[in-house]
Design a protein around this ligand. Structure first.
Ligand code: PLP
Length: 640
């Protein structure tokens, strides 16, 4: 009779004098398959995504054949869920179906497990944990597919078949009512419920993509005095599982589901039906108050190039000069090898411009917000965020894993009420200075006063404030004549400055911290030195030619006055004036008609603004003439 051997592989790395687990796997195979199985296990150890191991342990033990338990694989079915909440509810329902008490609590416990290699053994009545070592949990070993060919043919880790083998063994343990599991892989959101009655039920979505939650719970139903028998079975009983398949795909519930590609096509069609589909205009030539589209001259009222610097001769000359002197690419991130003179010059200049100790620059304003917020806030912090804040702020908040509390737009009473609900909260208040789609200005004096009173730091996004508001374009602090400043003033070189890139200005400790923590700074190549030089030139011009900012501000007053003359109430202190139209289709239609008249005013719709608040967004430039401003108002009036 053929002998059966157990093979166990464990690979580890030495880290700070301690052994760190890299990977592990095991097989239970006939003598004839020991060598190929050993080879595939060692292969797996050597090529694991966790890194190359320093130590590989391979233990090969002869098994007592009479002691091997043969089981049929549990029948598999799949429940497709679309949200993690739906998945979790399904899991609870299944547990209740087989009479598990406290199903919600148990699933709640599963959703808290992180980084535990073994499983939790949980008394379903008392919710007590029964493992000897709660850090390690119970480790199930000595099991494999009986048809070892199934696994020999596939040296890669097969999550599905390994889970099915494990679940089949587990639910046959004495006093085990069920097993629940959620994948600890951040890329997989799946999990399953397994029991003798239910079989193996896959649930396709149980957690959010990227979540590090993951683990398994064995639900114990019996006298606690018998737990040794259960643990002994799980850890030592050899089990061969018959009829294990490699993929769950051939099960009928899944077979008829549309593929992801089909869903994508469906979604695209829906977007088109709802007038939410986006396409791009092609601008030929340079940016300015006039641009070329399809060879036609078009009057531009849609650009953030507020001071008309994007095509300024001096910015171009500074770029060319830096290009000759420093080349095109920076070749590495700032922290490694890409920190060049133009970057350093730009940072001291922008810090001086904003009146702070220090500054840090990023490749874009988007990256500045995402990196800075993620660097300064983390799990356990609370971020209070205006409901109309820019998407890059929202994404930074999400990436930080802090708790996010959204307050009503510019409503300081609502902000304070919400802060009060989190007594002693540590964290941040974050707001646009000028709101990008509404053009209004955050009530900064009150915002600073409240934040200070509750010990919260403040981040103000000056993307549309820099070079636009304040008597000389220095931004929101100048606008309100404030001497106290927010803790962090963020902004972009891509709008009024006419170049590209983002920045954060703050005290030198905060900047140093951001440099050490912001992932979008650390893990991205430094922007081109030529672009950094262009940004410096743009800032210098804003400082030396204050008439540009004056002219922009004068133009907005004029625009509002002309609208008023036509009976349309209009008011803005920034360079942005929204004309709210409501329906998405109406905004699109207006924008198209204006374009036919040779004027580019963009229509802004969901998801950039709330559904049903679609609008035209007029963006002014310092270089617009009175006649041009009259022309846009006249055209809009014609169609309104
Ligand atoms: C444009 C914008 C950003 C992003 O800046 P980019 O340099 O374009 O990436 C951030 N915040 C607000 C409010 C913006 O309008």
């Amino acid at each position: 009779m053929n002998k059966i051997y157990s093979l166990k592989m464990r690979a580890a790395k030495e880290l700070d004098g301690r052994e760190k687990h890299v990977s592990g796997a095991e097989r239970l195979v006939p003598e004839s398959a020991v060598i190929p199985a050993a080879e595939s296990l060692v292969n797996r150890a050597l090529h694991h995504s966790n890194g190359t191991p320093d130590i590989i342990n391979l233990k090969i033990e002869l098994q007592d054949r009479s002691d091997i338990l043969h089981l049929d694989a549990l029948p598999v079915r799949t429940i497709k869920t679309h949200t993690s909440q739906e998945g979790q509810e399904k899991m609870c329902e299944l547990l209740k179906e087989i009479g598990v008490p406290h199903a919600e609590e148990i699933v709640g416990m599963l959703l808290k497990i992180r980084g535990m290699r073994g499983a939790m053994l949980l008394d379903s009545c008392t919710l007590e944990r029964l493992e000897k070592d709660p850090l390690r949990g119970v480790r199930v070993t000595y099991m494999d597919a009986a048809e070892s060919a199934v696994r020999n043919s596939n040296p890669e880790k097969n999550h599905f078949s390994e889970a099915l083998i494990l679940a089949t063994k587990v639910v046959h343990a004495p006093n085990i009512q069920a097993e629940i599991c959620i994948s600890d892989d951040t890329d997989y959101c799946t999990g399953y419920v397994a029991s003798k009655e239910l079989g193996y039920v896959r649930i396709t979505k149980l957690k959010e993509q990227g979540s590090r939650v993951g683990g398994r719970i064995f639900i114990y139903d019996g006298d606690q005095a018998d737990k040794e028998k259960t643990i002994d079975y799980l850890e030592k009983q050899s089990v061969l599982v018959h009829g294990v398949s490699l993929t769950p795909d051939k099960f009928p519930e899944e077979a008829h589901l549309p593929s992801r590609i089909e869903e994508i096509r469906d979604d695209l069609n829906k977007l088109k039906e709802k007038h939410l589909h986006r396409s791009m205009l092609s601008i030929e030539g340079t940016q300015g108050t006039h641009v070329k589209i399809n060879e036609n001259d078009v009057l531009m009222f849609s650009s953030n190039n507020y001071l008309d610097l994007a095509n300024d001769a001096r910015l171009k000359a500074a770029t060319v000069e830096a290009l000759e002197k420093y080349g095109v690419g920076a070749g590495g991130s700032r922290l490694i090898s890409g920190n060049m003179q133009p970057h350093r010059d730009l940072e001291s200049l922008v810090a001086k411009f904003k009146g702070t100790e220090a500054a840090i620059t990023f490749a874009t304003g988007y990256m500045a917000n995402v990196g800075c917020i993620q660097a300064l806030c983390g799990e356990g912090d609370v971020i209070f965020s205006d409901e109309l804040n820019h998407a890059s702020i929202i994404d930074g908040c999400r990436l930080s894993r802090a708790h996010i509390v959204v307050y009503k737009h510019c409503d300081m009473e609502d902000l304070e009420n919400k802060i009060r609900k989190f007594s002693n909260a540590r964290g941040m208040v974050v707001s646009d200075a000028v709101f990008s789609m509404d053009g209004d200005i955050a009530p900064l004096p009150e915002l600073l006063e409240i934040s200070k009173r509750y010990g919260l730091i403040t981040l103000i996004d000056e993307a549309h404030a820099t070079g636009v508001i304040g008597a000389t374009g220095h931004g929101i602090c100048e606008h309100f004549n404030l001497t106290v400043k927010p803790d962090i003033l963020m902004g972009t070189f891509s709008k009024a400055v006419g170049s590209q890139g983002g920045f954060c200005c703050a005290g030198s400790d905060i900047i140093d911290y951001i440099k050490n923590r912001a992932r979008s700074f650390i893990f991205s190549t430094a922007p081109s030195p030529a672009i950094a030089a262009a940004s410096s030139e743009g800032i210098s011009i804003i400082m030396s030619e204050p008439w540009r900012v004056k002219s922009l501000q004068k133009n907005m007053k004029l625009l509002c006055k002309i609208f008023a003359k036509h009976g349309v109430a209009a008011n803005s202190d920034s360079a942005i004036l929204p004309v709210i139209l409501g329906e998405e289709s109406k905004a699109m239609e207006m924008s198209l008609k204006l374009l036919q008249d040779g004027i580019l005013v963009s229509a802004i719709r969901y998801p950039t603004v709330k559904r049903g608040s679609a609008r035209l967004r007029i963006a002014l430039m310092a270089a617009h003439t009175e006649d041009e401003i009259k022309r846009v108002v006249k055209s809009i009036n014609k169609y309104i």
